[in-house]
Design a protein around this ligand. Structure first.
Ligand code: SF4
Length: 405
């Protein structure tokens, strides 16, 4: 069935009530990923600055978790103290890392400090030594290395995210299949559709009426994108190759009525096979139930091993009911599988901002990755515009605007 917004659940998140808060502890990094939103300008934040941001996010956003981002957070000299402070303040610290500096002793220390889990960014356009000539499918070997190491320590949530480009999109199904084979180790996969801002003669960048030099933005590029991959396209590609996947929740765009900026689904299965997915009703129950009992919405399940009780919701959720029927059929054929633990594994798709012909940006509605900036919250993907030019940049493609008239 074609992806239709009206058939999936619009996540109830908003600016002041959002399970995710974004906190960059540093803008220093040890890799150079294509499409990165951050430049090195100010270096490491002090621990006092970090603590202030944690308390700000708690107070103004009701966060369930904080995405510790950068730059590369593992380069921050007081990262353990920052994590401990978050955990003591009852927010789940989730580290977004490229994992270059992640080894077993560091992992043990991070867990001891109170880290709840990781989102590890691995893709083939990061300039990683020894992985430069590998494609996304071959890069699964690196994902496997970290999945095994983190599983051995145990008790940590693990998602892999990957920026997808027209040249690497074809490998997405293989990455999803790899994650399925590792359902005991991997809680989810996230695919981020690559975007750049064009550096072309007919495109001007301005804050208010003043022109700014966009060459300072790390995501501005002189090489035009072959084409902009959309979340619909990534969804259809996964669905065609992994039919047990169904999307259940979304966030739209701030401008375009049909854009899907965040799309999420959760497959249900055992290490033997995936039986299907949860549907929008389960997604809704998870969000509203969690909010009812904790006062916060939910972005990350701390335990992927949910057990057979997930199927108790199947009378309310026809997508989950179909998965349950497949599960029962499988148990009849292989009775011993009754003793296999049941997991959920999420798949997320993010379509970064799109610039309209008149310069308007179609951002993620209720942006989950908002971050602290001078006493306010701003979209983290565009924070360098504030840091470099003091405000949100309007990008006007004069040629496209002429055509649109
Ligand atoms: S608008 Fe927010 S969620 Fe969307 S890409 Fe930017 S920071 Fe991320």
């Amino acid at each position: 069935m074609a992806l239709e917004k009206s058939n999936i659940y619009r996540l109830p998140w908003s600016k002041n009530d959002n399970p995710i808060g974004w906190l960059e502890v540093t803008d220093i990094c040890n890799l150079q990923c294509l499409g990165c939103y951050r430049r090195k300008i100010s270096g490491h934040k002090t621990l006092d600055q970090i603590k202030e941001e944690v308390l700000f996010l708690k107070r103004w956003r009701k966060v369930d978790n904080i995405s510790i981002a950068g730059g590369e957070p593992l380069m921050h000299p007081q990262i353990m103290d920052a994590i401990a402070f978050m955990a003591q303040n009852d927010v789940k610290p989730i580290m977004l890392t490229n994992a270059v500096k992640l080894d077993k002793p560091t992992l043990v220390e991070l867990k001891k400090a109170g880290l709840a889990g990781f989102t590890i960014h691995i893709d083939s356009n990061q300039g990683r030594p020894q992985w430069r000539d590998k494609n996304e499918a071959e890069t699964n070997e690196l994902r496997q290395h970290f999945a095994d190491m983190i599983h051995e320590i145990g008790g940590l949530y693990l998602v892999f995210n990957s920026t997808v480009y027209p040249s690497t999109e074809q490998y997405i199904p293989e990455m999803v299949r790899w994650a399925q084979r590792n359902v005991e180790r991997v809680n989810g996969m996230v695919f981020i559709c690559f975007r750049t801002a064009p550096l072309e003669e007919e495109v001007t960048y301005q804050v208010g009426d003043g022109l700014v030099d966009a060459r300072n933005l790390s995501y501005a590029s002189e090489t035009p994108m072959e084409r902009a991959i959309t979340s619909y396209e990534v969804h259809d590609l996964i669905k065609a190759n992994v039919p047990e996947f169904d999307a259940a929740g979304y966030l739209g765009g701030t401008w375009k009525i049909d854009s899907i900026k965040w799309l999420t689904g959760a497959m249900v299965g055992t290490k033997h096979r995936m039986y299907g997915s949860v549907g929008p009703k389960t997604m809704e129950l998870a969000q509203t139930g969690h909010h009812l009992f904790t006062g916060r919405y939910l972005a990350y399940l701390s335990k992927a091993r949910v057990g057979g009780k997930i199927f108790w919701l199947s009378p309310l959720d026809k997508t989950l009911r179909a998965a349950y029927k497949r599960y029962l059929g499988d148990i009849v054929r292989h009775p011993l599988r009754l003793f296999s633990p049941i997991y959920v594994q999420t798949v997320g798709i993010i379509q970064a901002p799109d610039i309209m012909a008149d310069g308007t940006a179609d951002m993620c509605d209720s942006c989950p990755d908002m971050t602290y900036w001078n006493g306010e919250l701003v979209n983290s993907c565009r924070m360098d515009e504030y840091r470099l030019f003091g405000g949100f940049v309007t990008v006007v493609d004069h040629a496209a605007a002429e055509v649109a008239k």
